[in-house]
Write a protein that binds this ligand. Structure first.
Ligand SMILES: [Zn+2]
Length: 400
């Protein structure tokens, strides 16, 4: 499900999340709202339990009673109230579903990984797998599933975040599936579903390398290649809600076949499946991409050639992103071994050679090694935002 944003309250909550613990006057400075507006909105949040007060200088809790003189009162800081909600974030990966249980502040409670027998399945089967993974993670953490406030689901492919409609996903046999509504019908709480790369971008913004940065891109590389775009502090989801499909930009006419059904896509050279496939064409003894990486490390010429080609194609994609967006930062996110075998001086040199020359240094391109559980944290971040928006929607019944 998707909730329409209430921009004033959302900005105040975002500034507490991004900068907290934070004083009311600092929220007013950050958002441009009057101190009176900030006081009114934060009073609502306190009442709803989304935030709590922390005394900065006084050892005793600060009591705010109506009519009490305020002069001389210690400055009170506000922070998110982690205990307000428990959410489940999960990422549907190629071979497993990873689940993270977190509190409302994004603090880790528990994680769980459920293997998948097959990477691509019918929508109702996947829906039940997702619910089963959530139920098992709650069981292990000793948390009743009914106490969850929201479930966030990250999945590869073209997903309309407004409607939960999946236009296409490598995890689903059929195209055009209303996966979000199907999940909502069997889930015990609101379900928020989105493209996995977008959710990683959200997690980087809230908890990772992009905290405090408003214009950045996250390129994800695992089985496929994804892109999350954050502009002006907001995730860009596209007019159809489908987001950015970097993996399917064309880097070679009539090139290698892609899992999307087209040819010459970036991920048909850079995705882990594509690296394995290209290496298998040289040596059919390879069973997984880790063996290709190991062979390249051992000096195998054919494996090194496959990786050099993947790097060249990746550089083409990243240079195009630099040329289009001119972001403050690009994060290259993926598993440690994949990023380690693609991110090197040769990649940097190729990107520099293809980026438009201006009289300013290129923005940093930073690798970030993401384990499966951290992808799920991106989905948890999405669920947290969804819960916050549901609460704000309820609060918005009474105008500030
Ligand atoms: Zn494709």
């Amino acid at each position: 499900m998707r909730v329409k944003r209430d921009s004033g309250r959302t900005q105040v909550l975002d500034s507490i999340r991004n900068s907290g613990p934070i004083a009311r006057i600092e929220i007013a400075e950050a958002t441009g709202f009057s101190p009176a507006t900030v006081t009114a909105i934060t009073a609502e949040f306190l009442q709803a339990g989304l935030i709590v007060e922390m005394p900065l200088e006084s050892p005793a809790p600060v009591e705010q009673k109506q009519g009490q003189a305020r002069r001389g009162r210690p400055r009170v800081l506000l922070r998110l109230n982690g205990a307000a909600h428990v959410v489940a974030g999960l990422n549907v990966a190629h071979r497993s579903i990873c689940v993270q249980l977190t509190d409302f502040a994004g603090s880790h409670i528990a994680e769980f990984e459920m293997p998948l027998a097959q990477p691509c399945m019918a929508a109702d089967t996947l829906g039940h797998m997702i619910l089963m993974a959530v139920a098992q993670s709650c069981d292990r953490a000793g948390i009743p599933i009914q106490s969850l406030s929201a479930i966030g689901v990250g999945i590869a492919g073209q997903i309309n975040t407004e409607t939960g409609f999946v236009h296409w996903s490598p995890s689903l046999k059929a195209r055009n599936v209303a996966l979000g509504p199907q999940l909502q019908a069997i889930a015990p709480c609101p379900v928020f579903i989105g493209n996995d790369a977008n959710l990683v971008a959200k997690a980087e913004h809230l908890f990772g390398k992009a905290q405090g940065i408003d214009d950045f891109l996250v390129v994800t590389i695992e089985h496929g290649v994804g892109l999350g775009i954050v502009l002006g502090g907001r995730l860009y989801s596209g007019a159809r809600g489908c987001g950015a499909e970097l993996g399917h930009i064309k880097v070679e006419f009539d090139g290698a076949p892609c899992q999307c059904g087209q040819r010459g896509c970036l991920e048909a050279y850079v995705g882990e499946y594509a690296i394995l496939r290209a290496a298998q064409a040289e040596n059919d003894a390879y069973d997984d991409v880790q063996q290709v990486f190991a062979a390249a490390d051992a000096g195998d010429a054919a494996a090194r050639k496959v990786l050099a080609r993947a790097r060249h194609m990746l550089a083409t994609g990243i240079a195009s992103l630099l040329n289009i967006f001119d972001p403050q930062l690009i994060i290259l996110a993926g598993t440690r071994s994949t990023i380690a075998h693609l991110y090197d001086d040769a990649l940097h040199k190729a990107i520099t050679g293809m980026a438009v020359k201006v009289d300013a240094p290129l923005p940093p391109i930073e690798p970030h090694h993401w384990a499966g559980a951290l992808w799920a944290k991106g989905a948890a971040a999405y669920a947290i935002e969804g819960v916050a928006q549901l609460t704000i929607r309820d609060l918005a019944q009474s105008p500030v």
